[in-house]
Design a protein around this ligand. Structure first.
Ligand code: FES
Ligand code: FES
Length: 166
């Protein structure tokens, strides 16, 4: 049976077997660059995407189980943000991506995808999170370079930007 998935606002026919991890389809068929392969065991978060706004680990999600859920990858975050904030036009970068740049939170950059996806999930639900709420929410997204303090500052800075945008 043919599989179609919805990714970043588009329908995509998939040729892979239904048991294939969504991550492989995103990388190999859709040729996206955001999600990363890290552990492959749902333990690091580098492969994370949003499914109807909820973070999932695409390395352990069979593409055949995605169904009608709307998948958003790092590439689709600005458009999703524009929809959430009812902006006329999507920004070039999601505020959290901009904050990562401003705070120089990326060292090797390997965790950047998952940290941004997870942080964006939080800010959509809770635009003014406390430090404790950020810590709890981001738990489980590993940064092998140990940039956690800068990731924290990035999320706090993005929350300020989002608050200013109303
Ligand atoms: S690659 Fe998916 S959680 Fe590590
Ligand atoms: S910046 Fe290297 S893993 Fe986080």
């Amino acid at each position: 049976m043919a599989i179609n998935i919805k990714v970043n606002g588009h329908d995509w026919p998939v040729s892979a077997d239904p048991d294939t991890p969504l991550l492989y389809v995103l990388l190999n068929e859709l040729e996206l660059k955001g999600p990363r392969f890290g552990c492959g065991l749902a333990q690091c978060g580098s492969c994370s995407v949003l499914a109807d706004g909820v973070e999932i680990r695409s390395c352990q999600t069979p593409v055949g189980e995605v169904g009608n859920r709307k998948i958003t990858t790092l590439e689709g975050l600005p458009e999703l943000y524009a929809q959430q904030k009812k902006l006329a036009k999507a920004p070039e970068l999601h505020p959290l991506s901009q904050a990562f740049l401003d705070q120089q939170a990326m060292h090797c950059g390997y965790c950047y995808n998952g940290q941004t996806i997870k942080g964006a999930e939080l800010l959509a639900k809770n635009p003014k999170p406390t430090e404790a709420q950020i810590r709890e929410h981001m738990n489980g997204h590993l940064c092998r370079c140990g940039t956690y303090p800068r990731i924290m500052k990035s999320i706090q800075a993005a929350a300020e930007t989002i608050a200013k945008e109303g």
